[in-house]
Design a protein around this ligand. Structure first.
Ligand code: PEP
Ligand code: MN
Length: 336
């Protein structure tokens, strides 16, 4: 971090600043120029609040030269992270297909969808039991009963399950879940992230509606700082000026995150598109962009789905898409 001081800084305030920085265990190198004095901070500056320093009377400007996230940073962990889940893994060259309904509605619904997506090549079953709905009058999910039905579907198919947690108080109910999903609306629920850092299950963090890459990676850092390094990032589209699609799918996130982090990257075309007909094409371009997998909403009766029917593809469409995605993934692996 570099701190540029204003001209003729008050010596007492400068000494107070330097002492404070040293207490934070960073070395301070002072260069005195004709007009400005510059402080170069060397060491781990992750715990230093640059806004606090910027606000000081004697400070002109502060520049960070190192990212504020350490555990998630590829610079400190060059190898891609591979996360084992059940009999499968996420990352490390596999293309993981997570598929299932937006929300669990009944045993028959979840078991039948689970069987069909498994037959098409999905390796993880998705399904929401606790649903973050924009309206309090919309279906809020089956709650704990929905989690039980997901477990039945897992037992019937062997597919591990990924499902969303909304509140720290729900954690005891998630002890049999395979991957805990943090939804876009909770990406910055820091109490929830801290709690998920203190348990071992993989955590998939969806990108917040208007989150920057750095904010998203700092959310991953919250979980990792607690000791849980099994973190997966999921791009699901961001809010922009465009209203035709539900969100704008940011596929630039794939190469950027590959550069910044070693964590696996999953793409959710369903919540980005908001329209079922767009999902197959967005899935193809996501795999072409080099993601580690997809999470796709699949429903056997989208017209009557309790949640997100318009963006849910039918099992037969998923079957065709999954074949195409695996074919493309294999082609890209053989022709790097
Ligand atoms: C979901 O996965 O059904 C969901 C609510 O996703 P998001 O948090 O991305 O909106
Ligand atoms: Mn949904």
């Amino acid at each position: 971090m570099i701190v540029v001081l204003k001209q003729n800084p008050d010596p007492q305030q400068l000494n107070t600043l330097i002492d404070w920085l040293k207490e934070k265990h960073v070395e301070v190198h002072t260069s005195t120029g004709a007009l400005h004095t510059i402080l170069g901070l060397v060491g781990d500056t992750a715990g230093i609040d640059e806004d606090l320093i910027s606000a000081l009377d004697i400070v002109e400007d502060v520049k960070r030269v190192q990212e504020p996230y350490k555990n998630a940073n590829r610079k400190f962990h060059p190898e891609n992270t591979i996360i084992p889940v059940g009999n499968t893994q996420i990352g490390g060259g596999t293309l993981t297909l997570m598929a299932g309904p937006c929300s669990v509605e009944s045993e028959e619904q979840i078991v039948s969808i689970a069987k069909s997506v498994k037959a098409s090549g999905a390796t993880i079953l998705r399904g929401g039991a606790f649903k973050p709905r924009t309206s309090p009058y919309s279906f809020q999910g089956m709650g704990a009963d929905g989690l039980e039905l997901l477990k039945i579907a897992r037992q019937e198919t062997g597919l591990p399950i990924v499902t969303e947690i909304m509140d720290p108080e729900q954690l005891p109910l998630f002890k049999d879940v395979d991957i805990i999903q943090v939804g876009a609306r909770n990406m910055q629920n820091f109490n929830l992230l801290k709690l998920l850092g203190k348990q071992e299950k993989p955590v998939m963090i969806k990108r917040g509606l208007s989150a920057t890459y750095e904010e998203w990676l700092m959310s991953a850092e919250y979980v990792m700082a607690g000791g849980n390094h099994n973190v997966i990032l999921c791009e699901r589209g961001v809010r922009t000026f465009e209203t035709y699609t539900r969100n704008m799918l940011d596929l630039g996130a794939v190469p950027v995150l590959r550069k910044l982090t070693h964590l696996p990257i999953i793409i959710d075309p369903s919540h980005a598109a908001g329209k079922a007909w767009l999902v197959p094409q967005l899935s193809v371009v996501a795999v072409a962009a080099g993601c580690d997998g997809m999470i796709i909403e699949v429903h056997n009766d989208p017209e009557h789905a309790a949640c997100d029917g318009p963006q849910s593809i039918r099992p037969e469409t998923f079957d065709a898409v999954a074949k195409k995605l695996h074919g493309l993934h294999q082609y890209l692996a053989e022709n790097p």
